[in-house]
Design a protein around this ligand. Sequence first.
Ligand code: ADP
Ligand code: MG
Length: 352
Amino acid sequence: MNKDRSYSITLESFTFFCFTGIIFVIDLVMPLGVVSSNLYILPVCASLFLSKEEKHIKTTTILSLLLIIVAVILSTEKLTLVLITSRLISILLVISTYLLCASYRSQYHLKVKSEEKLKISNDELEKFAYIASHDLKAPIRGIGNVASFLEDDLEDFFNTDNEYVPTIKKNITRIRQQVTKMQNLIKGILEYSKVNSSNKELEEFNLKKLVNQIIKEESETSPFKYSLKIDSIQLVTQKVKLTQVISNLINNAVKYHDNIDKGLIEVRSRLLSNKVEISIKDDGPGIETRFHDKIFEMFQTLDPKDNIESTGVGLAIVKKIVNSKGGQINIESKIGRGTNFIFTWPINENLH
Ligand SMILES: Nc1ncnc2c1ncn2[C@@H]1O[C@H](COP(=O)(O)OP(=O)(O)O)[C@@H](O)[C@H]1O
Ligand SMILES: [Mg+2]
């Protein structure tokens, strides 16, 4: 391993020396002037952008500076003021190129490092969310079971006309509802934390067929009308993830519609160079502009808190999935004018 590394370093430095050497030969052959002396910037730039080792960049810069002077010493040309000035300008240019590119380089490395750090802390957070939500499942299920035991134990009591019967029954139902809500929340957190870590297998499939299949399943449980204008294109991507995004948005359009018998959902696609834009539009109640960003945040729901179905996790997962594919999701909506969710998705993930 170490041997390989030292070999590659030698080869790398040799390449930069050769490059500087070639420039030196050109400089000697050509009449000494501004053009030839400025060519020394090239090996300095090459080493700055191509080499990972700081020492190569420094040596190439020092070598270039030396050769600018050596070329004058070896030259048979007469030393004029113009010649000295052009050489001085070249020295200054090489130094400033080094300083400029070095500062750009260090900024770039700083950015890469902080991105790496951010990724590590995100991974840790996701792992924590996964473990915490996984471990919470058992005690919550336990609470649900205790509610059932209570109901069984109190069966005879419930058959009496004791005045507390309705209240106790109502409270046990409440416990059950809260347990279901907590279970939904935990399921959401688990799903959210698994977005980046789950199986990333790519599949080839037809977008139109996939949308038709999702709609078919959805229309089994709701009497909504659908209008589809989907391109019949082949996608190479994670089918499960795209299905999750489209299903979630269609499910929302149905779930939050104010007329459960007469909703219309339009699903459209539009081809952009290497991605496809998919929109899911409903004619439901719409969402106020001030909530357009908020609804994509975790646990943000516009529904009353006691609605056990609404956890506010769905759109956060949708956004995370879309962003993980390099796409964007936007919303167009006004109160009373329906809602349109538009997102982009890569056509072929193998090409990214
Ligand atoms: N198509 C829609 N029409 C109206 N409101 C919507 C629509 N989609 C989402 N919302 C609102 O955005 C909130 C967040 O949605 P989401 O994150 O999917 O929550 P949940 O997981 O509870 O469905 C919902 O509580 C709902 O009020
Ligand atoms: Mg939802």
